[in-house]
Design a protein around this ligand. Sequence first.
Ligand code: MF3
Ligand code: CO
Length: 261
Amino acid sequence: MIFLKTDEEIELLRESNLLLGKTLAEVAKVIAPGVTTGQLDKLADEYIRDNGGIPSCKGFEGYPASICTSVNEQVVHGIPSDNTVLRDGDIVSVDLCVLKNGFHADSAYTFPVGEVSAEVMSLLRTTKAALYEGISQAVAGKRLGDIGYAVQSYCESRHYSVVREFVGHGIGRSMHEEPEVCNYGRRGNGIVLKSGMTLAIEPMICLGRRNIVLEDDGWTARTVDRKPAAHYELSVAVRPGKADILSTFEYIEQVLGERFI
Ligand code: MF3
Ligand code: CO
């Protein structure tokens, strides 16, 4: 069952998402070599609660932290730890959900740590651009497969690979609602998108092969070939003509300044 949101509900979703966008900017302020992912988790948790939200990843199906921090070959759902120190040249994907006024926001951003190789910077740029390619298809009258096709063709034509095991999703009063939003697909396939659908679109893109394995912690997904992967995510409302992006990377990118990818 796909829940179409009213205009009022979409404004509540926007409020949750803007808090999430600002939380990611707070995280961006401190990301540097020597910082631990445990510190990022604590900072995000406090910022969200101070601003009237709940970090809704915490406790979700037993997940132990408030954010996910996935370093280098880790694709998604890396667990923050005081023992995981970020180093110059790393990338770290920060993925989190915020619940406010009964609505969940979900967003992710992959940050460079210090000086990152040109090859990996281009993975980040491509993954972020692929997210916007997907968003450009989240328009009433298009089909779900158009989103996946846009992401996949953009990345594969540039010789990156697309993770299949994790997908985007509807979002609203639940963190994960129908439909599943694959990052691969065929143009013209799948359900017709309707105004008022709200979708979290989240390409996970690899520098090497797309195959992943789960670490022994039962959460962290990493690439089999241990090459890096990137992950960007925004929630959008499907609208006629143009998607309404409910969050923004602007706050983050103001903080990153010239480190902006
Ligand atoms: N933010 C993730 C998503 O995109 C959800 C993570 S749930 C957690 O669906 F439990 F792993 F945190
Ligand atoms: Co998501």
